[in-house]
Design a protein around this ligand. Structure first.
Ligand code: NAI
Length: 326
């Protein structure tokens, strides 16, 4: 990285944006010694929120924060950027069909991908948080032909962290003792949280919990945790989503502390996932690049769960192709 590092955040006037900004400014995104220049992108309706947050960032007097710029122009927001956090997206409105949602988001992520292609730094890395995150990442990536495709990722780290949290609670061990968990597939209820290679304090998790709990409680609870949070809290996950975004980027740049983590990235055909689909895999960061962990054995149950989520992603790709968004 050159110093300072230019970081672009879209949706900076929204909830996750607000939770992210202060952690970025304090050095938790890239590391404690890395100065940051922030470029915040919003639509006109969100500009005031982003400007207000920028005033508060000034009041935070963060030693690592060199500058903050707020704009509604993508070309400006992505100019020279090295790390793009694409959080802003179009939420599903009342009576909105899935095709409408994909079309509305295609109109956001296509042009943002093109702006990244044209204006970002050559070492640009991208994480898409805005839903439907995997397919939004695919759309952005397809509009950035000059950027190596594996630099476009989508966030499934929140699902990964949720799985760690559930296992730690069940086994009454600290989260740091758990390793080898994988989220496969789509960031949706079809995802497959997989513990078949997971360990707790070195012991296989499968020796510590029964199959019934795994299939009836753990998997559905992790996959539907977003809905549970909405039900209890009255609004969607914000702090945990921001925290997972920080973890994703931090580990991408600095390496993860576990054997691997979960990252949605364009498939290279690994584990039978069709080439190019942005699907979640076990991944390790090597020299600042995500690599899909190879050679994990999958039983029939795991294979069928992965295939089901990947089929959903393939359908989403067909839909956006049909809409002319790729
Ligand atoms: P929010 O509605 O509070 O904020 C979204 C912000 O994005 C708004 O300020 C809006 O003006 C802005 N925005 C909309 N279109 C934009 C564009 N074209 N360019 C720049 N900014 C734009 O929503 P919140 O709670 O911050 O969530 C953001 C997204 O993150 C949602 O799509 C949500 O579904 C998703 N999400 C993803 C998770 C994941 O694990 N991948 C977890 C939780 C949320």
């Amino acid at each position: 990285f050159s110093s300072p590092v230019t970081v672009t955040l879209t949706g900076a006037g929204g909830q996750i944006g607000y939770a992210l900004l202060f952690r970025i400014a304090s050095g938790q995104l890239l590391g404690p010694d890395v100065p940051v220049r922030l470029q915040l992108l919003e639509i006109p309706a969100g500009i005031a929120g982003a400007e207000g947050a920028a005033l508060e960032l000034e009041d935070g007097a963060f030693p690592l924060l060199d500058s903050v710029e707020v704009t509604d122009r993508a070309a400006r927001a992505f100019n020279g950027t090295q790390m793009a956090l694409l959080v802003g997206s179009r939420p599903r409105g009342p009576g909105m069909e899935r095709a409408d949602l994909l079309a509305a988001n295609g109109a956001i992520f296509g042009p943002q991908g093109a702006a990244i292609n044209e204006h970002a730094a050559s070492d640009i890395r991208v994480v898409v948080v805005g839903n439907p995150a995997n397919t939004n990442a695919l759309i952005a990536q397809s509009h950035a032909p000059d950027v190596p495709r594996e630099r476009f990722t989508a966030l499934t780290r929140l699902d990964h962290n949720r799985a760690l949290g559930q296992l730690a609670a069940r086994l009454t061990v600290p989260v740091r003792d758990i390793d080898g968990v994988t989220i496969w597939g789509n960031h949706s209820a079809s995802q497959y949280p997989d513990v078949s290679h997971a360990t707790a304090g070195g012991t296989p998790v499968r020796d510590l919990v029964d199959e019934e709990w795994l299939t009836r409680e753990f998997i559905p609870r992790v996959a539907n945790r977003g809905a549970e949070i909405i039900e209890v809290r009255g609004s969607s996950s914000v702090g945990s989503a921001a925290s997972a975004t920080i973890d994703h980027v931090h580990d991408w740049v600095n390496g993860q502390r576990s054997r691997w983590t979960s990252v949605a990235l364009p498939s290279d055909g690994s584990y039978g996932v069709p080439d190019g689909l942005v699907s979640s895999f076990p991944a390790e960061s090597v020299d600042g690049q995500w690599r899909i962990v190879q050679g994990l054995e999958l039983d029939e149950f795991s294979k069928s769960r992965i295939a089901a989520s990947v089929a959903e992603l393939a359908t989403e790709r067909e839909q956006v192709q049909g809409l002319g968004l790729l």
